[in-house]
Design a protein around this ligand. Structure first.
Ligand code: ADP
Length: 458
């Protein structure tokens, strides 16, 4: 059953119930009131007769007391003693026989209703006579008989009218919802997330529904776009990774072919193969790190003293081949600074920055600095290398991005992407500033760790 029909039926049903209740009440009150009046008149006539009998020991003139619609009868349990007109007898209810005044509603031989009051008259404490007064109820019957169909027809008419009005109103109220539903349906069918449900009405319940629905579509569209970008990035990643792995493999295979043909173990070819195999395993390790990061595998973090860690990395970096002055400027306060981190990944990120600085700086200085910055600590690797062109700067953290001069330096383009991921993993960030011809500064900012309770404030 449609919502419209249900609403219309509900309202009509409510009205019909209310009207029925009202009609029954009116009918009942009318009947009750009329009978009460008749009863009062029967009572007064009966008592006048009974009083006269008890006081004066005689029956008053019944004709004088009765009017056209009142019948009076005086009787013992066997005989009718007197009656206002010759109309036969009335039944004596058992209650009245037992001595209690009683009202009853009877029907005469023609089936016409009348109201009867039977009043026992006591002699020496015993009911001996009964005064009976009756009045026909035809008038009431006629009024009620006329009223019934009027009420019935009235209720039916009102029900029809209300039904029609409720149907129309429900239709009007539901129309915007229907429009929204069919718009939503067509959006679902076309699978076009850029479509929106048009709505110009007031911001009522329907307005809010449309607003919420369109808002949901916004979110879906955004999510879908992000998903598509992620899938694209993943495809690119796989393609780039395959491409990167192909080059060293080709070189190794070429050398094996050469060695086979030459029949001797040329030390140069073997060295080539060794270097390419080393490059490949380094690349594979980086790829694996990225894949783990993509899979959402985040290593456990623990409170670490930053000073010893940075000093250790600088010591190891100093052993890397470089042609620059390597300056380490770490304040003693660094030893008291703790971060919540993963030692191995932090080492790796710093090494990537230092390795890049050495790789891309043919002469000059590479400086490592550290200091407090806001709620955190910043580690900086500053070089006096060729710098990064402004158009490349925003892309250096992208996977597989390599600046032009880098191509000859054998990097995979994954180093900074990994370092940046490590920064994010620690709730920090990695930023780069550079001026072509002057050098570059890579800053790794990490939030300082403060134990929740009882810790020292560094
Ligand atoms: P790669 O393996 O090529 O070094 P990275 O992700 O570490 O990959 O770096 C991406 C690119 O950013 C490099 O190819 C290079 O062009 C540029 N780059 C990174 N560090 C420096 C630096 N210290 N000086 C100049 N250019 C740099």
């Amino acid at each position: 059953m449609s919502l419209r029909l249900r609403l219309a039926l509900f309202y009509t049903g409510q009205l019909v119930v209310a009207l029925l209740l009202f009609s029954f009440l009116m009918y009942g009150v009318l009947r009750w009131n009329y009978i009460r009046e008749v009863d009062a008149s029967l009572y007064s006539v009966a008592w006048r007769v009974a009083e006269s009998m008890q006081r004066y020991w005689r029956i008053p003139s019944l004709k004088g007391l009765a009017d056209r619609s009142t019948f009076i009868l005086v009787r013992t349990d066997e005989l009718v003693i007197a009656q206002s007109t010759d109309f036969g007898t009335f039944p004596v209810p058992a209650e009245a026989m037992a001595g209690r005044a009683t009202y009853t509603t009877e029907r005469d031989v023609n089936g016409e209703p009348y109201r009867l009051y039977t009043l026992p008259v006591y002699v020496n404490g015993e009911p001996v006579f009964w005064v009976q007064v009756a009045q026909p109820l035809q008038l009431l019957e006629r009024v009620l008989t006329t009223l019934r169909p009027i009420l019935g027809a009235g209720i039916a008419g009102f029900a029809l009218l209300t039904g029609a009005a409720a149907w129309w109103l429900a239709g009007r109220a539901i129309a915007p919802v229907q429009r929204v539903a069919s718009a939503a349906e067509s959006i679902g069918q076309s699978a076009d997330l850029s479509l929106r449900v048009p709505y110009q009405g007031p911001q009522d319940e329907v307005g809010r529904l449309v607003h919420t629905f369109n808002g949901m579509l916004d979110q879906l569209q955004e999510l879908y776009a992000r998903l598509a970008t992620a899938v694209d990035a993943q495809k690119r990643f796989v393609a780039d990774a395959s491409h990167e792995l192909r080059t060293p493999l080709t070189i190794i295979r070429g050398n094996i072919d050469y060695l086979e043909r030459a029949g001797t173990l040329d030390p140069e070819a073997v060295a080539d193969m060794k270097a390419e195999a080393a490059r490949m395993s380094e690349l594979l390790e980086e790829l694996l790190a990225m894949a783990r990061a993509d899979a959402g595998q985040t290593p456990e973090l623990e409170p670490l003293a930053l000073g010893p860690l940075v000093r250790d990395v600088c010591r190891r970096a100093g052993a890397l081949p470089h042609q620059v002055d390597f300056v380490v400027e770490l304040p003693p306060a660094l030893d008291r600074i703790m971060v919540l981190g993963h030692a191995e990944w932090l080492r790796r990120a710093l090494l990537i920055l230092l390795d890049n600085a050495f790789k891309y700086t043919p002469s000059g200085t590479v400086t490592v600095r550290a200091g407090r910055q806001g709620e955190g600590v910043v580690l900086q690797v500053i070089d006096t290398g060729p710098g990064i062109p402004p158009e490349d700067l925003p892309r250096v953290f992208d996977r597989f991005f390599r600046g032009d001069p880098a191509r000859s330096r054998g990097g995979s383009g994954l180093g900074l992407a990994i370092a940046s991921w490590v920064a994010g993993l620690h709730g920090g960030r990695l930023t780069a500033e550079s001026k072509v011809g002057e050098g570059s500064t890579f800053s790794l900012w990490l939030p300082v760790y403060r134990p929740a309770a009882g810790g020292t404030n560094s």
